[in-house]
Ligand binder design. Structure first.
Ligand code: FMN
Length: 349
């Protein structure tokens, strides 16, 4: 295994990512999710009762109260243990899904596994394990993927794709060659479903199709417009040439709305998560009407849970209320009707 698996480099990087995320403004500056370009045709005569709207959905045999998950973030460092456990309580109380951050550090040092353990707090939530797909070029194989799943008793595995993020790290893993055949081998050998996600620059139609043919169960857009790894890594970089180059990538990436549409068009049946800049119940409604099955939110939940579990629960309840009201005002009784409704318009068309 490559020596860049040095524990101190990983934990320093994870600590910096967490601290920058919590203390700096790291939203995309030059890009939005594109969701603001859509609006629902208001239905003044919805002919349904707000109280009877059903936002529930079943994913991998687990019932969610609303089509939402907490996207993968932390693990491997001291602070992460409490954060993951608290996020799990939020997921349990609100009956939504959750992913942990990359488990690479705990694969390389068993003692860190507890920083990912959420099952004690949330035995039944829909839970996703997480590893960087690029690690399949740095000594990882299906055994490591199995370990990640078993470590936290996950329902499925996320492999994240992050070429731009790695490229902006002095210590990054740059070799993304032949990953598709390795992802395919993991999909066919693993008993649990594999999903592939970006971390904020979006998945295109072409990449989605390749992943589908490789056997992935689902895709998470991780589109542009929310938390930006350009802004996070720019804050960390001191190498002047790379830092200067990074400045010009502020507008890079596929906005979340475009990524959802592209993936859905190229893969009509794949399980699709819309994430990257999802912030409100209306965003969730729009993402689903555009073709997603569920939505994911990362940084805003992290910031709330750092204040308290109660604040994070209250934020998710706000999303739930917004989603229900949006569904009421377009006359969609349940998620199936929201997904197949024709009331979403693009303001530019
Ligand atoms: C502190 C932090 C750590 C993250 N770590 C991971 C990770 O380990 N694996 C992963 O797939 N995504 C990771 N992400 C990316 C998020 O899951 C998400 O794709 C991104 O933040 C965009 O969503 P947002 O706009 O709702 O924040 C991380 C995000 C943050 C803020």
């Amino acid at each position: 295994m490559k020596k860049s698996s040095d524990k101190s480099i990983h934990s320093a990087r994870k600590e910096e990512h967490l601290s920058i995320s919590l203390n700096h403004d790291i939203d995309f500056i030059e890009k939005s999710t594109g969701l603001e370009k859509y609006y629902f045709i208001h239905n003044a005569l919805p002919e349904i009762s707000l109280e009877e709207i059903d936002t529930s959905i079943v994913v991998l045999g687990k019932k969610l109260a609303l089509p939402l998950m907490i996207s993968p973030m932390v693990g491997g460092i001291d602070e992460a243990a409490k954060i993951n456990k608290d996020l799990a309580v939020v997921a349990r109380e609100c009956r939504i899904g959750m992913g942990t951050g990359s488990q690479r550090m705990a694969i390389e040092d068993k003692e860190l596994a507890d920083t990912f353990n959420v099952r004690d707090n949330a035995p039944d939530i829909l839970l996703f394990a997480n590893l960087g797909a690029v690690q399949l070029n740095y000594g990882y194989d299906i055994k490591h993927c199995r370990k990640a799943i078993d470590m936290i008793d996950a329902d499925a595995l996320f492999l994240h794709l992050n070429p731009l993020q790695e490229a902006l790290q002095v210590e990054g893993n740059y070799n993304f060659r032949d990953l598709i055949s390795k992802i395919s081998a993991v999909c066919s050998g693993l008993k649990k479903p594999v999903l592939v996600r970006e971390v904020g620059f979006g998945i295109s139609a072409e990449v989605a199709l390749k992943l589908k043919l490789a056997g992935v169960f689902g895709i998470d857009t991780g589109g542009s417009g929310g938390t930006s790894w350009i802004e996070i890594e720019k804050t960390r970089l001191s190498l002047s040439s790379l830092k200067k180059a990074a400045q010009f990538f502020g507008g890079w990436g596929i906005p979340t709305a475009d990524s959802v549409k592209m993936v859905r068009e190229s893969c009509p049946d794949i399980f699709l998560i819309a994430s990257g800049g999802i912030r409100t119940g209306i965003d969730v409604a729009k993402a689903i009407a555009l073709g997603a099955d569920i939505a994911g939110i990362a940084l805003p939940v992290l910031r709330q849970v750092r204040i308290s579990v109660k604040e994070a629960i209250s934020y998710i309840r706000e999303i739930e209320a917004g989603l229900k009201i949006a569904m009421f005002c377009i006359g969609a009784q349940n998620i199936k009707q929201l997904k197949h409704n024709f009331n979403l318009r693009n303001v530019e068309k």
